[in-house]
Design a protein around this ligand. Structure first.
Ligand code: GTP
Ligand code: MG
Length: 198
């Protein structure tokens, strides 16, 4: 699929104020700094459509980006970010949960995992929560450029083994690098296939 247009539409912390359009949307979620915003820029070939930062906690709102005037990419704040205050964390948690629970236009969540990290409770629990709430999701292993091919394979095998303790079948997964652009075509094709089935 070719991205012909990508435009920022709205940011907010209230799911009821998200766009009213009945267009399908794809949300990016995961720990802070995992590369959600960078991946949106990589997929759309726009350098700074979504704001990124080396310091975790950059994205603080629900951000809608309209793609090809037909569907949305949604950038969300990271969960499990330790450096914001406990009360801020609770507010984040509340509106992120509300977004996933209430947003009917959401057709697929992408759960981003840093390829370098071993399985972490917060991610595993979040995926289980998505499963329980029947929200379709796929996993994206990010920052693949930071590992050698051998090390990447070890990390993935390890992560898959952990997931198979909870899931009968391995959820669909992708491996990406926002610096090299790897994984882009596969991800866009996956989105295109889902859009085509709707
Ligand atoms: P929050 O908005 O804070 O939740 O973070 P985020 O998940 O949106 O992460 P963001 O895209 O802002 O990226 C965080 C840092 O990781 C930035 O310094 C990026 O340049 C870097 N980064 C993101 N993706 C990649 C990648 O694929 N490869 C490399 N090498 N660095 C990456
Ligand atoms: Mg971000």
């Amino acid at each position: 699929m070719k991205i012909k247009s990508a435009a920022f539409v709205i940011s907010n912390s209230d799911v009821s104020k998200c766009p009213k359009d009945q267009l399908p949307e794809y949300a990016f979620i995961g720990r802070s700094n995992v590369g959600k915003s960078s991946l949106i820029n990589m997929l759309t070939d726009r350098k700074s459509l979504a704001k990124t930062s080396g310091r975790p906690g950059k994205t603080q709102l629900i951000n809608h980006f309209l793609i090809n005037k037909a569907w949305f990419l949604v950038d969300l704040p990271g969960y499990g970010y330790a450096r914001v205050s406990k009360s801020t964390k609770k507010v984040f948690q509340r509106f992120i949960t509300a977004y996933f629970a209430k947003r009917e236009q959401l057709v697929n969540a992408f759960v981003l995992i840093d390829s370098r990290h071993n399985p972490q409770k917060v991610d595993l629990e979040f995926m289980q929560w998505l499963g329980k709430n029947q929200i379709p999701f796929a996993i994206i292993f990010t920052k693949a450029d930071k590992l050698s091919e051998t090390k990447l394979k070890i990390q993935l095998d390890n992560y898959i083994a952990e997931l198979l303790n909870y899931w009968e079948e391995m959820p669909k997964y992708f491996i990406t690098s926002s610096t090299s652009g790897s994984g882009k075509d596969e991800l866009l094709q996956y989105i295109d296939e889902i859009n085509g089935q709707l």
